[in-house]
Design a protein around this ligand. Structure first.
Ligand code: TRP
Length: 363
């Protein structure tokens, strides 16, 4: 059994730098390293609809935005299959069968879903059933492709754990058809959680503290200028703190030694700048100016590709259509095996028909 990488996002908004360091950059690396048999990246619109039933237009719009983000960040449809979840009806079918082998209380015991229910302000009695069940649907997303490796954040750990349980139970009850996946976490702390420009714990659309992959250079400059730094660093000569200072956290995530050589040659690398800032004498604005250049340099090639794809939206849809067709072939193959294992492949089972014919025939 080879290595199959699969991951996805809910298309509920444009992707930001938090998505980029946390997952997108890694996906592009994984894709280009080529150490896999197959790689799938998909837009989980069915999952997004579980708490946006009244706003399908939002999901529809963000399918295009996220596709543009994927393609411009460097995901390459020749190397990885890009598709839309709703276009793979086999996933709904597998979800139905997996629901039979898990209890309501097991699904209820999911810390990520609990947090989301609170955040959405669903009262105890107004959680949509589809939303409640989405972890099972996510297990189907993964199992239907026999994914071995799911690159995702810590918040997805409960989903992977449930998937493993369901895969095991399915294989035990029916036949060993499905594959247990494992979670591949981001490699370091910055990648795990990039703070917002306001220094708050997380970059998040609802907090309005995001820098988007699709932001232009001027917007990035404005957002970086307004960033949270070190509230105790009042005068340039004061010693500064880099811990909890969002500008330095971003530099940690993005600045390269080449950036220092080109933009601030007084320092060889970030460690040297941090030492000087900590000692005192380095102004926040200078650090922000560096950060603007670093981010804009990193985003420039992404913006260029985005601008090209934006001029050919029909091609973007074409890529997703082809990807969805390719993904569907794989899912359909798994479902043939699933139905066979579950003994519901009635019409493909010549022996069954023969046996039943004999059983009921009048002698
Ligand atoms: N739950 C993921 C998110 O909120 C999206 C998702 C759906 C997913 N199905 C998946 C991620 C399967 C990895 C594998 O972003």
């Amino acid at each position: 059994m080879g290595k199959i990488i699969l991951t996805g996002d809910r298309p509920t908004g444009r992707l930001h730098l938090g998505h980029y360091v946390g997952s997108l950059r890694r996906r592009v690396q994984l894709q280009n390293e080529g150490d896999y048999d197959r790689m799938f990246v998909f837009m989980a619109d069915v999952q997004a609809l579980t708490d946006n039933a009244d706003n399908p237009e939002k999901i529809r719009q963000n399918i295009v935005e996220v596709a543009l983000d994927y393609l411009s960040a460097g995901l390459d449809p020749k190397k990885c299959t890009l598709y839309i979840q709703s276009q793979i009806p086999e996933l709904a079918e597998l979800t139905t069968y997996l629901m039979n082998i898990v209890s309501v209380s097991r699904v209820q015991r999911n810390p990520t879903v609990k947090t989301e229910v609170k955040m959405r302000g669903f009262g105890e009695n107004s959680v949509p059933l589809g939303f409640f069940c989405y972890p099972v649907s996510q297990a189907a997303d993964i199992a239907c492709f026999k994914a071995t490796t799911v690159p995702a954040g810590e918040d997805q750990a409960p989903m992977i754990e449930l998937t493993r349980e369901l895969v095991n139970r399915f294989n035990q009850i029916y036949a060993p058809v499905l594959v247990e996946p494992s979670l591949m976490l981001p490699e370091n702390a910055v990648a795990r959680r990039l703070p917002g420009t306001d220094g708050k714990e997380k970059m998040s659309k609802s907090l309005g503290n995001c820098i988007y992959l699709s932001d232009d250079a001027k917007t990035v400059e404005k957002k970086v200028k307004g960033m949270y730094t070190d509230p105790t660093h009042l005068n340039v000569s004061d010693p500064g703190h880099v811990e909890g200072n969002a500008v330095f956290t971003y530099l940690d995530a993005f600045a390269t030694d080449q950036d220092f050589a080109d933009f601030w040659p007084d320092f060889k690398n970030l460690d040297e700048l941090k030492a000087a800032y900590t000692a005192g004498g380095i102004g926040d604005m200078k650090c922000k100016k560096l950060l603007m250049k670093v981010i804009n340099r990193m985003l420039d090639p992404i913006r260029e590709r985005r601008a090209q794809f934006e001029q050919d939206i029909p091609e973007v849809f074409n890529i997703l259509k082809k990807g969805s067709e390719q993904a569907r072939e794989v899912a359909a193959q798994t479902m043939d095996e699933v139905r066979k294992a579950m003994r519901i492949d009635y019409f493909n089972d010549a022996a069954l028909i023969q046996e039943q014919a004999e059983k009921f025939k009048k002698q």
